[in-house]
Design a protein around this ligand. Structure first.
Ligand code: PRT
Ligand code: ZN
Length: 285
């Protein structure tokens, strides 16, 4: 059977999380340091290691069947590929930033300005759709130094914590897009490979669900159970077991992690005690 070819970033911000995802899906891939491609030992996939910039094109051309890459790169390269799944890592945004001492009162600021970026397509589209005439200076790295050296009046670059902008005396003024890592796919995957892809996506979704949810156990007086179930709306049909202590029970359920942290005080006020929050390894819905 032919293997599903998957392009991932060779080394960079997406590499480790991409490898970890396969690991969590129970797929064994060796370290592959220095190699261009490796085959998984227990799943019919072959991994190709590439620069992230090249992944959309390789997937469009079918050199790889699918790839893991940032949405920013997918939309910048504008290739004929499908986005199949958001993966929840490598979160960032593509933003416009200007020297911090400049006054900013809206995107009219950029009219007739020079803006340095590695994202000429997305920036050009942004300017066109906002009727802004500006010069896009395409540069491939260290975009943030462009205003300081007199190459541009502003920049358009990826921001995550914002510390790079701060260190270079810049301030973020507009967000063009938000991004995270996604799976992209060729539009003509062969039926045999599609089956492998479905199996892989099934595992990836189980891993994603598990990451977002926690298994929660708590003790509470029997009369508090109804209120506790209302506090955690995700807790649809909890398992309720009687405790040795008269009138008390133990409640087990799966809840969204965010929901849990937002409501911990309410749970305690309602009488919940001995709360345990346990990670889930896989969650098949
Ligand atoms: O060699 P190759 O071409 O494969 O890698 P690369 O150096 O082009 O890409 P890499 O590894 O830097 O980024 C890969 C992908 O990670 C990007 O396309 C984004 O989808 C995502 N990502 C997430 C980021 C960041 N966070 C990020 N912070 N990509 C880049 N940055 C850079 C940004 O360019 C800027 O220089 O980090 C700096 C800003 O970070 P903060 O935290 O200071 O705001
Ligand atoms: Zn790159």
């Amino acid at each position: 059977m032919s293997k599903l070819k998957i392009a991932i970033q060779k080394s960079g911000r997406l590499s480790e999380s991409s490898r970890k995802l396969f690991e969590e899906c129970g797929i064994k891939i060796s370290n592959g340091a220095g190699t261009l491609k490796i085959v998984a030992s227990n799943f019919p996939i072959e991994i190709l290691f590439l620069r992230d910039d090249d992944i959309p094109q390789y997937v469009e051309q079918g050199v790889a069947d699918i790839g893991i890459v940032g949405e920013n790169m997918v939309f910048e390269k504008n290739k004929e590929v499908d986005i199949l799944e958001q993966l929840g890592f490598a979160g960032c945004r593509l933003s416009l930033a200007i020297p911090k001492e400049e006054n900013y009162s809206g995107h009219g600021f950029f009219i007739n300005k020079r803006v340095a970026t590695s994202y000429p397509h997305l920036l050009g589209k942004y300017f066109t759709s906002n009727n802004i005439t500006a010069t896009v200076e395409e540069i491939s790295g260290s975009v943030e130094i462009a205003p300081g050296v007199g190459l541009a009046d502003a920049i358009c670059d990826i921001v995550s914590s914002g510390s790079t902008l701060l260190m270079n005396g810049l301030k973020e003024v507009e967000t063009i897009m938000k991004s995270q890592a996604v799976i992209i796919a060729n539009r003509n995957i062969l039926p045999g490979k599609k089956l492998i892809l479905e199996k892989l996506l099934f595992r990836i979704r189980a891993v994603k669900n598990a990451r977002e949810n926690k298994y929660i156990l708590l003790n509470a007086p029997r009369e508090a159970i109804t209120e506790i179930c209302q506090i955690l709306p995700g807790m649809k049909s909890p398992t309720i077991l009687p405790l040795a202590e008269e009138g008390w029970c133990s409640l087990h359920s799966v809840v969204k992690e965010d929901e849990f942290w937002d409501r911990i005080d309410q749970l305690k006020n309602a009488g919940a005690e001995g709360i345990l929050v346990i990670p889930i390894e896989k969650m098949v819905l």
